[in-house]
Design a protein around this ligand. Structure first.
Ligand code: SF4
Length: 327
């Protein structure tokens, strides 16, 4: 591990000042410390923000949820308001990591976590994300777990977070606070960046900006929701494919549909075509299958992950049936 300076911010102003000077924020540390041990990350200065007052889950006056950036994954999963209104969020968190990690890792850190691409974590391998311009060892290497959507010749790594898939489906927003004291809000879809030709730029964050909260908007119609994760083993494993689905069905018709997929995209992948196909139609097994057919539109599979095309469609179809009912 490379030497680094460590300070513990006692308030938000102190944290932002340190962030402006180039300090890296750390809270649970469950990803960053691992990467520092492997010398993939070499920050010169860490700013511990775990004492800042960002640890509340609030129901907004419109009926949405505002989740403080420092709320632990386990606390969000167990929160009664989250479980009642957005079970897809609770389920995605419960299917993530281990109980020990969920007790440490924060929501802000979760959406900032970096890819599990093995070449990214191997400092002897070529990796444009870790070392811009060095190439991508995964393109012609072992790429079974890599992405089939949103890839470029510069990077084919998946985003590893489960709860980010639920946030993408529910069209959450990310609240940010800059060192100049200015607040801004980004749609979740704009917060995480696709690789393009600069895969080392992963989030639309400005220098020193702090994530303060993730907000799930109120939905005028109550949504029935859930998360399905397909992986090689049943615990402590990342998704090969996953599906976050939220539906409102009334009068025998799908009135609202929110669908996103994980394990297949360079960012959590919103399935807008699947959603459009569902709206205004009568729920049936045939509808779920026809909508899910569109889930892999535009996919560019690699040598070892062609199976993800069919697996993605089946994962989405199955989760639509679980949430919408078999008819
Ligand atoms: Fe690096 Fe992305 Fe290629 Fe993996 S897929 S080696 S993270 S550039």
């Amino acid at each position: 591990m490379h030497p680094f300076a460590y300070t513990r911010a006692t308030d938000t102003r102190e944290a932002l000042d340190a962030g402006r000077r180039g300090g890296r924020y750390i809270a649970g540390g469950t990803t960053l410390v691992d990467l520092m041990r492997e010398t993939v990350e070499r920050p010169e200065s860490l700013v511990d923000i775990s004492g800042l007052p960002l640890r509340e889950v609030l129901v907004t006056k419109e009926g949405g949820l505002r989740i403080g950036a420092l709320v632990r994954m386990g606390e969000v999963a167990a929160h009664p308001a989250v479980r009642a209104a957005f079970p897809v969020v609770s389920q995605a968190l419960e299917l993530s990591a281990s109980a020990q990690l969920r007790n440490m890792a924060t929501i802000g850190g979760n959406i900032m976590q970096r890819t599990r691409c093995t070449y990214f974590r191997d400092v002897t391998a070529h990796c444009n994300k870790r070392e811009p311009g060095s190439g991508c060892a995964a393109l012609h290497g072992v790429n079974r777990g890599h992405a089939i959507l949103g890839t470029t010749d510069h990077c084919v790594a998946t985003h590893p977070s489960d709860v980010a898939v639920a946030f993408a489906a529910l069209e959450a927003t990310v609240h940010l606070l800059g060192p100049d004291g200015r607040e801004r809000t980004l749609p979740f879809a704009d917060f995480l960046l696709k690789p393009g030709s600069t895969p080392h730029h992963e989030q639309a964050l400005r220098q020193g900006e702090l994530i303060t909260a993730v907000e799930i908007p109120a939905h005028p119609r109550p949504l029935k929701s859930g998360y399905l994760k397909v992986r090689d083993r049943q615990s402590y494993e990342f998704a090969l494919t996953s599906a976050a689905v939220a539906l409102h069905i009334r009068g025998g018709v799908v009135r609202e549909a929110k669908v996103a997929a994980g394990g297949v995209g360079t960012v959590p992948w919103k399935l807008s075509e699947v959603e459009r196909h569902l709206i205004g139609r009568r729920p049936s097994d045939a509808l779920w299958a026809a909508a899910a057919e569109k889930a892999a539109d535009g996919a560019r599979p690699l040598t070892h992950n062609r199976f993800k095309v069919a697996l993605l469609r089946r994962t989405v179809e199955r989760q639509l049936r679980i949430v919408g009912g078999s008819k």
